[in-house]
Design a protein around this ligand. Structure first.
Ligand code: NOJ
Ligand code: CA
Length: 565
């Protein structure tokens, strides 16, 4: 480990130059409520993260991204921020946050935090001021308030739906007690959308960026980054194109004006040494539209949701990988690869289903999953991801092979989707269950003995604790550690490109550098591998007896090197 830290700062062969770390980092996403609970109140906290930095370093995380930790009424797991310049007491204090940043840096780990600029909490001081100040006031102009339609303004200004169910508009009571204006909330009613036409909103967020950059934070993951700017005429949503996808001229996805915000943030980030990094949660119609956010004067990176949504099928994977590499290269950006996050069904469960898309249709979560198959495919999938050029995002717990917890009782579910959709969509709590660290029974080391995690952990997670897996060379954790180590240290993985090689239908084979090869078999047949190769890593051991020596089993991946020519 000492070697690793040393070679990093020296920028040795195979390592990114220090300033470019985000081009090929492994970023570990921490959903703070569910990572580690130091004080035993059942909720993960900053001190919990501080206590697990060795684990993160040993895993091979170059950076962590921490989901919102600001004071929040938690109407949407902290994505409803009441004060952008403080820490919620349930997570700790500002001093704890500063200590975490320092200690993470001492471990060679960068720290990214989550910025939520599309909306605030309805408990934010600005929202209270907006209600109190009345119609037409500068305070109200920070949000998107409109008079209602119809007699008495009783109907919402337009028909936009909330992403969490129901209308995106809520009517307020004016300070004099009369029925009042309506405000836009694309998400929960407790998450009013900000008005990005307002100069004060723009200035405030630049000040918030500085606040955290000055405290050593290395960058931000930007929530809902492509939807901040709304067409001020608030037209009805265009119809979805036949076959699905995103229509042109959407009034809030991918409006041209949003790019100015990121140009300005990029200038600000570049004034710091080392330059701070900006990563967007961006949903747009095409890869070509996506990389417009990644032009050299805008964001450094964006999550690759099209890749995450691609089923484990060779042709579809190759198509999305090629589109990603081609479009990113066209603007000089580095691609990202992601299998899971805190909004999606955990991939160990998804990959065990006949349908392997994400939580897009109500009811998907009710399909049976073959978890043994899901884990086996997860092993192959992460070896594919970590062999690709660019940056990888890992979601806490995937390195343990955690499944989605699908049987949480309704009364414990906290995701606003559950209530908002009248229990039609179960929501995202099942991928947010607190991590199992050690021991034989809940709380599995998540908190001190006797503490009760905010969501119950399944008893059979006893086999999936970090401690149990650390002791087992065949575990998912062991695979992640080794794959991350190889990816970091083998010079062949350092370049920005890959080269496809011929392989049978249903399989992928590509070269990284001169000698490294990655083979992935999602077909139903064994995939022949070249004789004379040197095995580097295998998702399913191919040692004597388990199969023909020169073949890769279905739902498996292998990294190997070819001899020097
Ligand atoms: C995306 C976040 O990842 C999700 O968890 C949140 O509910 C929405 N944005 C709204 O902030
Ligand atoms: Ca706690």
């Amino acid at each position: 480990l000492r070697d690793r830290a040393g070679s990093r700062s020296a920028g040795a062969a195979g390592e990114s130059p220090a300033g470019d770390w985000w081009r090929r980092a492994a970023v570990y996403q921490i959903y703070i409520r569910s990572f580690a609970d130091a004080n035993g109140d059942g909720i993960g906290d900053i001190d919990g993260i501080r206590g697990r930095l060795d684990y993160l370093r040993d895993l091979g995380a170059d950076a962590i991204w921490i989901t919102p930790w600001y004071p929040s009424p938690m109407a949407d797991g902290g994505y409803d921020v009441a004060d952008y310049r403080d820490i919620d007491p349930m997570f700790g204090s500002l001093a704890d946050a500063e200590a975490l940043v320092r200690e993470a840096h001492d471990h060679g780990i960068k720290v990214l935090i989550d910025l939520v600029p599309n909306h605030t909490s309805n408990r934010h001081a600005w929202f209270r001021e907006a209600i109190a100040a009345g119609r037409g006031s500068p305070e109200r102009n920070r949000y998107i308030f409109r008079d209602g339609r119809g007699p008495g303004g009783d109907e919402p200004p337009n028909g936009w739906p909330s992403g969490f169910g129901g209308s995106a508009w809520e009517r307020i009571v004016e300070p004099d007690g009369s029925p009042g204006q309506w405000y836009l909330h694309w998400f929960d009613v407790a998450q009013p959308d900000l008005n990005w036409e307002d100069e004060e909103v723009r200035a405030e967020f630049e000040s918030i960026l500085r606040f955290w950059f000055d405290r050593g934070v290395d960058g931000f993951r930007i929530d809902v980054a492509s939807a901040l700017v709304k067409d001020p005429s608030l037209p009805e949503l265009p119809l979805e194109p036949p076959g699905g996808g995103m229509p042109d001229n959407h009034p809030y996805f991918d409006q041209e004006g949003v790019h100015d915000i990121y140009r300005s943030w990029r200038r600000l980030a570049a004034t710091y040494t080392p330059a701070r990094v900006l990563l967007g949660e961006i949903h747009v119609a095409t890869a070509e539209r996506l990389v417009r956010y990644l032009r050299p004067d805008e964001l450094h990176g964006a999550f690759n949701f099209p890749f995450m949504r691609t089923p484990l099928e060779a042709t579809a994977l190759r198509t999305v990988i090629d589109a990603t590499l081609r479009t990113h290269a066209s603007v000089g950006a580095s691609p990202t690869w992601v299998l899971s996050n805190h909004d999606e069904i955990r991939h160990a469960t998804r990959f065990g289903r006949a349908y392997t898309g994400i939580r897009s249709r109500p009811g998907d979560e009710l399909m049976p999953s073959d978890l043994a198959l899901g884990r086996r495919r997860s092993r192959a999938a992460i070896m594919l991801v970590l062999a690709l050029p660019g940056c990888s995002y890992l979601y806490q717990g995937e390195e343990l092979g955690l499944p989605e917890v699908e049987d949480l009782p309704g009364h414990l579910r906290q995701d606003p989707l559950w209530e908002g959709t009248g229990h039609e969509i179960r929501g995202r709590d099942g991928c947010r269950v607190p991590l199992p660290w050690s021991g034989e029974a809940p709380p599995f080391g998540f908190g001190p003995p006797g503490s009760v995690p905010w969501l119950p952990q399944p008893a059979d997670w006893v086999a999936l604790t970090a401690a149990a897996e650390a002791a087992d060379p065949g575990s998912m954790l062991a695979l992640y550690r080794e794959a991350l180590r190889l990816r970091r240290t083998r010079p062949d993985f350092a370049g920005p490109t890959l080269r496809w090689l011929p392989s049978p239908p249903g399989t992928l084979l590509f070269a990284r550098g001169r000698r490294m090869r990655c083979a992935v078999n999602f077909s139903a047949q064994a995939m022949p591998l070249p004789a004379g190769r040197s095995p580097v890593l295998e998702s399913v051991p191919t040692e004597a007896g388990s199969l023909e020596p020169d073949a890769l089993q279905p739902d498996a991946a292998a990294w190997f090197e070819l001899p020097e020519e």
